[in-house]
Write a protein that binds this ligand. Structure first.
Ligand SMILES: Nc1ncnc2c1ncn2[C@@H]1O[C@H](COP(=O)(O)OP(=O)(O)O)[C@@H](O)[C@H]1O
Ligand SMILES: [Mg+2]
Length: 219
């Protein structure tokens, strides 16, 4: 599982969606619920899933000067390369359920659809830095862009460069996720539901998927 080319004993799940769609809130819930079911899991994220990645995350998310879109993508790709070598692949080798807040589809959606970079180039670099591994399952929280923006305005903390993007940008990003995921194992969650409903829906989808794969979580 967890790749088309090499088989690892672990399982890889990514959670995707536009800013403000509820990914981090859902991660908190899923990690707790899955751990309570004795599933050995590894919670991680992109960008910033490694120490090196945290530095890249700060540089790119809180920049104050304009940045070339290709440069932006390369930073996320560098974060991803380090993340796979240091965290994701070792976790999969250990037979863990690796669950990541964002992954490669975010680059397709944000830098490809949002910033209009060549999507096939992004796919190719993603494949390279991910060493041929693809998520076994991607949960996409789909949410109306104006609702997501309203939530971001209320969310405490410093604003990132993406938090300040216009609605049109998020429309493209949202479409990017929905389009890219059509050809992969994925589950779309209606993010406009209550926190509880989103959480229940996602947990059910994950549990059903784990059963379907026959994956044994006993490491
Ligand atoms: N289902 C929901 N309904 C209403 N507000 C939500 C819901 N899920 C998350 N939020 C709130 O919306 C904001 C964005 O959620 P967050 O989990 O940080 O999104 P993301 O990680 O996708 O950017 C947070 O303030 C969070 O508390
Ligand atoms: Mg988040």
């Amino acid at each position: 599982m967890a790749t088309k080319e090499i088989s690892y004993p672990g399982l890889l799940i990514s959670i995707e969606g536009i800013d403000g769609s509820g990914k981090s809130s859902l991660m908190d819930f899923l990690v707790k619920e899955l751990a309570a079911r004795d599933i050995n899991l590894l919670r991680t994220k992109e960008s910033g899933g490694t120490e090196f990645g945290k530095q890249l995350h700060r540089i790119v998310q809180y920049r104050t000067e304009a940045l070339d879109a290709k440069a932006e993508f390369c930073v996320f790709a560098a974060d991803r390369a380090q993340h796979f070598t240091q965290v994701v692949i070792p976790g999969l080798e250990q037979g863990l359920l690796v669950i990541s807040d964002r992954m490669a589809d975010s680059s397709i959606a944000y830098q490809g659809y949002g910033r209009q970079l060549d999507v096939s180039m992004i796919r190719q670099v993603n494949r390279w830095v991910m060493q041929g591994v693809t998520p076994d399952l991607t949960l996409l929280i789909d949410l109306d862009t104006s609702m997501a923006i309203a939530r971001l305005q209320d969310r405490p903390g410093n604003k990132t460069v993406f938090d300040r993007e216009k609605i049109e940008f998020f429309e493209s990003v949202r479409l990017g996720f929905l389009t890219e995921l059509k050809n992969r194992e994925h589950y779309v969650i209606d993010g406009s539901q209550s926190r509880d409903a989103v959480a229940k829906d996602a947990l059910q989808a994950v549990v059903k998927f784990i059963k379907k794969t026959g994956w044994s979580h006993v490491a």
